[in-house]
Write a protein that binds this ligand. Structure first.
Ligand SMILES: C[S@@+](CC[C@H](N)C(=O)[O-])C[C@H]1O[C@@H](n2cnc3c(N)ncnc32)[C@H](O)[C@@H]1O
Length: 441
């Protein structure tokens, strides 16, 4: 763990800042904190740093299958290992960001796995924080620890160990739907965005979208049903047994790939063979990894584009767009207000406060009421706070001109102005109230 990360970390339980317990900390040759403890400001919660990674979740959890998967296939999908820019292409297509957008920016990889997309963001010059729930973080750290801008954290999307509004960019490719609640995971993720920051997510789509009709729709529904039924069994199998079975179905993946590439009549004839889900990736090792990734997770939710877009809207995100492959949705947190918009914002907030019974408007309304009463009129209450002065009836209106000096009680020796002032004794008080309220605002 690099010390530079500490300021961005928070206790996931209390939200308090964390400090490093110096007595227990050990440093690696590269200057990273290799082991030790992070302690919350009130000393109530302690989190270990093990193998250079701060750990905020139990060692064994519902994502153990992913831990095994990404430690076994640690480099299988790495572009630098395979020599094909498959992960890079997918990353730029999903996010629609440009490499220059990421330079020196703080970027969060949510559900990083072994770090294939973190590698792409690091190459673009970003400070990448790669977070995962499972021991996949160990594979990620081993793959990329030589990189000076990488930070790896073992934590939970539902209870991030980060300060709010910490990241310029956040992406999650294929992770949110593997949590107990995709929508909740999404909202938890967007809370980490700085104003003006951008987010991009990819989640599984439903088996049968509105674009599928007739036999295709029946085929998709049936395939979904078979997959769900098989998953009910496979998710209960020990992970090593399931991984062995996934090696065995490698030929089925090759067969399905051949069918998909054949002319339409042959494809239609052999389509029953496509009913059992199996990865059809051209590289056999990726096929094993992807098939295990399909049949092992405890949670696997599916969503429509419309549903995910509605989450973006409800999170207050703007510039919402989708990519060609469903369900990929991107958005932006509105930038912070500054200059003129900020003043308008302050005025709007003040108006809001006044409606809650505080602030300038409330004081002005009181002043208006006082003036109206002083002038002999009544007040009409149009809302809990807004008073409108009612013109006093002719009978109650004070004389427009001050009466003759002689008509006033004890008027001898008073000037005309003094006599007028005597006729409106409450006005200065109301003015003082208004002035005071303005100053306070
Ligand atoms: C299908 S993998 C995707 C990994 C990586 N994004 C990729 O595409 O190579 C899903 C990842 O989400 C992680 N995950 C699941 N639930 C999580 C949670 N609550 N918090 C953080 N990560 C979680 C899993 O551990 C797993 O590594």
């Amino acid at each position: 763990m690099k010390l530079g990360l500490l300021a961005r970390l928070r206790c996931p339980k209390s939200g308090q800042p964390l400090s490093l317990e110096l007595a227990t900390a050990t440093q690696s040759a590269g200057g990273e904190i290799n082991s030790g403890w992070l302690v919350s400001a009130d000393g109530q919660h302690r989190y270990p740093i093990r193998g250079g990674i701060p750990r905020f979740v139990p060692e064994s959890n519902y994502a153990d299958n992913f831990g095994m998967q990404w430690n076994h296939f640690a480099k299988t999908q790495f572009d630098s290992h395979s020599g094909h820019p498959i992960s890079a292409e997918r990353f730029w297509k999903a996010t629609a960001w440009r490499p220059e957008d990421l330079r020196r920016k703080w970027v969060l990889d949510v559900g990083c796995g072994s770090g294939r997309f973190a590698e792409v963001a690091l190459a673009a010059g970003a400070h990448v924080v790669a977070l995962d729930y499972s021991s996949a973080v160990d594979a990620c750290y081993a793959n990329l620890k030589h990189h000076p801008d990488l930070h790896v954290v073992q934590g939970d999307i539902m209870q991030f160990p980060f300060r709010r509004a910490t990241f310029d960019r956040v992406y999650s490719i294929g992770a949110l739907h593997h949590t107990p609640d995709t929508e909740q995971a999404f909202h938890s993720t967007t809370a980490l965005l700085k104003p003006g920051g951008r987010v991009s997510i990819w989640v599984y789509h439903t088996w049968c979208g509105p674009d599928l009709h007739g036999l295709r729709a029946v085929h998709a529904r049936l395939k979904g049903w078979i997959s769900d039924t098989l998953r009910r069994i496979t998710t209960k199998l020990p992970n090593p047994v399931l991984r062995g079975l996934c090696y065995l179905v490698v030929p089925l993946g090759a067969c399905q790939r051949a069918i998909l590439g054949s002319p339409a009549p042959i494809r239609a004839l052999l389509s029953p063979l496509l009913l059992v889900f199996c990865s059809t990736h051209p590289r056999w090792r990726v096929r094993v990894c992807d098939t295990f990734d399909w049949y092992s997770p405890q949670y696997q939710h599916r969503h429509t584009v419309e549903q995910v877009q509605s989450w973006f809207r409800s999170a207050g995100l703007t510039e919402i767009s989708t990519a060609g492959f469903p369900v990929t949705v991107r958005g932006r947190r509105p930038p912070a207000l500054s200059g003129r918009p900020l003043r308008q914002h302050a005025r709007r907030r003040a108006r809001g406060r006044a409606l809650q019974g505080r602030g300038r408007k409330a004081a002005l309304a009181q002043g208006r009421e006082a003036r109206s009463r002083a002038a002999g009129g009544g007040v009409v209450r149009t809302s809990s706070l807004i008073f409108r002065a009612r013109t006093p009836s002719r009978a109650h209106r004070p004389a427009r001109r001050a009466p003759a000096r002689s008509a006033l009680p004890g008027a001898e020796g008073r000037s005309r102005t003094e006599a007028r002032a005597a006729l409106r004794p409450r006005w200065p008080r109301a003015r003082r109230q208004i002035r005071r309220a303005r100053r306070a605002w």
